[in-house]
Design a binder for this molecule. Structure first.
Ligand code: GDP
Ligand code: MG
Length: 679
């Protein structure tokens, strides 16, 4: 493996400029000959037709470019909250994140979960403040915002050059005062070099922030800082590079995605301040042979291991599985072990991705991100490895869907095609789920938001030619839980196949914390007995009852069940009896515990012009929304509110028309609350 590789993602709130930035970086590095424009719908990474039409990015497309001898693989992650699963999934396979912020709006609703997710994953971050060409943009304000939200230092490395309200370019704070060569300007470094006194104060402020933060990282830098001397440039660069690429600090750069000349500093920054795959922290896994923790050195000399993180269908190649190779090498035509399936799979071809284009390659090395064909049964989240040295990486988790719709074919002839197409969509985006409507057997597609479902329906019609489908009304995915503790006793004493079967099980159910899911344990003493098989049977029976309980017909959540004791008859007890008795006991305990319905609540954030505030607040209140916060933003207001998913359908459209489209909207799942009794 070479160190001349960076796998990065660009993460941001919608509209911060990810697609424009990706496009500009590809252009700068010579990968594309002209810059596509989001506004004109001809960008390289927004390649699905619907993305181009709506100007949003949906599937994390990967693309790559060369910069100063290093290959930079860019996963263009989606900004819309409905597609958050895609973002989190791609965090697993990148080595560093470029977090893009709008210079005017600063830290926005979607930035916060992104920051949190990156910190949780201990992923090194590099901040890029975009849109510095816009009036009202301020790198200093964004820096202050970030510093108040993060538990690691954020260190500015550039200062915008703004003269008489005009954005001229970026200046490098690591270099001496206003050296022409350190200026990333329109027209290239130093092309329109300006030296005006009013440029100095912001430069000096930011540089002081840089020196002070760097001093905290290194004794000799601290010595210079205390003595009031400029730090040694080489030392400064080395210390910052080490601290940033290990995630100890994050650096902050800026520019404008629509003026590519201001961006070479970002490409340089990606090489200097984000780690190569070799320098990244190896992900943890388990050895499936004995369940013990396992880890691989991230080197091509190690045995092979990879994680499947995405699937797509490409017309000419069929189903492609995107792999991140963590260790070893993979050749096209090779048979490898799918540790998640527990069997061999064969790679037919390997491809490097350039969004909609693909180039065939013979071999992928540790650190590479490639797409493989031929892996029919390999799903997102599977681990592939060397059969002699297996490892299973942590599977990828997806958010629970909060809403669903029922889809029916136009006529019976369309049924099979619809089922196949819907299966493909769900494979590509595992935060979509496919099920059957109870009773009718019609297809039910669930997802995490209206836009996601809308996009899926659009793809059915456009890509799969399924026109005229009958689509039901959007419905909320309710859950149920219990409101108090309950107890249950299950007795099974019956003759089955001319033999008496006896078991008695005592069990209790308690409300769990929200989001805790279902837990099921057996009292320690019972587990320790030699009647272990009966205990296992009781657990099976109780689990089955929990999974199928549905007092109101919804899946159960947030319940903690403990099997308290088992009454065993030395002669007549059996596993069958324990399974049945525990199932009964669980149902009785749940009913005793007063089941209630839970509904999903979403946190909505609306950015809007001031004159639309009144009507937007009215709309939200009209839907029983709880306004949490109304903040000033440079170009209007930002309203944050909690709304039940039940009341959210159609709101986005209404709000957009109130504000004549001048509005940004994001929503994410927040929590569950009991459904009011009158409903
Ligand atoms: P994404 O949603 O994050 O992918 O953002 P896009 O790249 O689609 O950009 C959203 C809008 O902001 C588009 O209209 C872009 O033309 C515009 N935009 C992006 N970057 C800049 C920038 O640096 N300056 C200005 N003035 N506009 C920008
Ligand atoms: Mg985009």
């Amino acid at each position: 493996m070479s160190c001349a590789l960076r796998n990065i993602g660009i993460l941001a709130h919608i509209d911060a400029g990810k697609t424009s930035l990706t496009e500009a970086l590809l252009f700068l590095s010579g990968s594309i000959r002209c810059v596509g424009s989001v506004d004109q719908g001809n960008t390289e990474t927004d390649w699905m037709a619907i993305e181009r039409e709506r100007g949003i990015t949906i599937s994390a497309a990967a693309t790559h470019c060369q910069w100063k001898g290093t290959r930079i693989v860019i996963l263009d992650t989606p900004g819309h909250v409905d597609f958050n699963a895609e973002v989190r999934r791609s965090l697993r396979v990148m080595d560093g994140a470029v977090i893009l912020l709008c210079g005017v709006a600063g830290v926005q609703a979607q930035t916060e979960p992104v920051l949190k997710a990156c910190r949780q994953a201990a992923l090194p971050m590099l901040f890029f403040v975009n849109k510095l060409d816009r009036r009202g943009a301020s790198l200093g304000r964004v820096l202050a915002d970030l510093r108040s939200q993060l538990d690691i230092p954020v260190i500015p490395l550039q200062c915008p050059l703004v003269l008489e309200d005009k954005f001229l370019g970026m200046f490098d704070l690591m270099r001496p005062f206003f050296h022409p060569a350190s200026c990333y300007e329109h027209g290239g470094p130093g092309s329109k070099f300006v030296d005006a006194p009013e440029l100095y104060p912001p430069y000096i402020d930011l540089r002081a922030a840089l020196w002070e933060a760097a001093a905290e990282l290194d004794d000799s830098l601290m010595e210079s800082f205390v003595a009031g001397r400029a730090p040694d440039a080489e030392r400064l660069a080395a210390v910052l590079s080490r601290a940033a690429s290990s995630g100890q600090v994050a650096v902050l750069l800026g520019g404008s995605a629509i003026s590519p000349d201001t961006l070479p500093g970002l490409l340089d920054g990606i090489l200097a301040y984000l780690p190569s795959p070799e320098d990244s922290r190896p992900p943890l896994g388990v050895d499936p042979r004995n369940g013990s923790p396992a880890c691989r050195r991230l080197s091509s000399d190690e045995s092979f291991s990879a994680l499947a993180f995405k699937q797509t269908n490409v017309e000419s190649l069929g189903r492609l599985v995107y792999l991140r190779v963590f260790s070893g090498r993979l050749k096209s035509g090779q048979r490898v072990w799918d540790a998640s399936l527990g069997r061999f799979v064969k790679v037919l071809g390997l491809y490097r991705l350039r969004a909609s284009r693909t180039e065939a390659v013979d071999e992928a090395l540790a650190g590479d991100i490639v797409a493989a064909s031929g892996l029919a049964d390999v799903q997102t989240g599977h681990s592939l490895c060397d059969p002699g040295n297996p490892i299973i990486y942590e599977p990828i988790e997806f958010q629970e869907p909060v809403m669903s719709i029922v889809i029916e074919p136009r006529d019976s002839g369309q049924g099979a095609a619809l089922a196949q197409a819907a299966t493909n969509l769900v494979e590509e985006d595992p935060s979509l789920r496919l099920g059957e409507e109870a009773g009718s057997g019609r297809l039910r597609l669930s997802g995490i938001g209206e836009l996601q479902i809308e996009v899926a329906l659009d793809r059915l019609s456009r890509e799969y030619g399924l026109k005229g489908l009958r689509i039901g009304k959007p419905e909320v995915n309710y859950r149920e839980t219990i409101s108090v503790a309950g107890k249950g006793e299950g007795l099974f004493d019956r003759e089955v196949d001319y033999r008496r079967h006896f078991a008695r099980v005592f069990l209790k159910a308690q409300p769990g914390e929200r989001g805790s899911g279902i837990s099921l344990v057996i009292n320690n003493q019972e587990k320790g007995k030699k009647q272990g098989l009966f205990a296992q049977a009781a657990l099976r029976g109780a689990r089955g009852a929990l999974e199928s309980f549905g007092g109101f017909g919804y899946p159960l959540a947030d319940v903690a069940v403990e099997i308290l004791s088992l009454e065993i008859d030395a002669k007549d007890s059996s596993e069958l009896a324990f399974e049945a008795a525990a199932s009964m006991a669980a149902r009785i305990a749940l009913l005793d515990a007063k089941p209630i319905i839970l509904e999903p609540y979403m946190r909505l954030e609306v950015g809007l012009p001031e004159d639309a505030l009144g009507s937007v607040l009215e709309r939200i209140k009209g839907r029983q929304g709880r306004i949490e916060l109304i903040e000033d933003a440079p170009d209007g207001k930002v309203v944050s509110a909690y709304l039940s998913m039940r009341t959210l359908f159609g709101l986005a459209g209404e709000l957009r028309s109130d504000a004549s489209g001048r509005l940004t909207l994001s929503q994410r799942f927040s929590h569950y609350e009991p459904l009011p009794l009158h409903l």
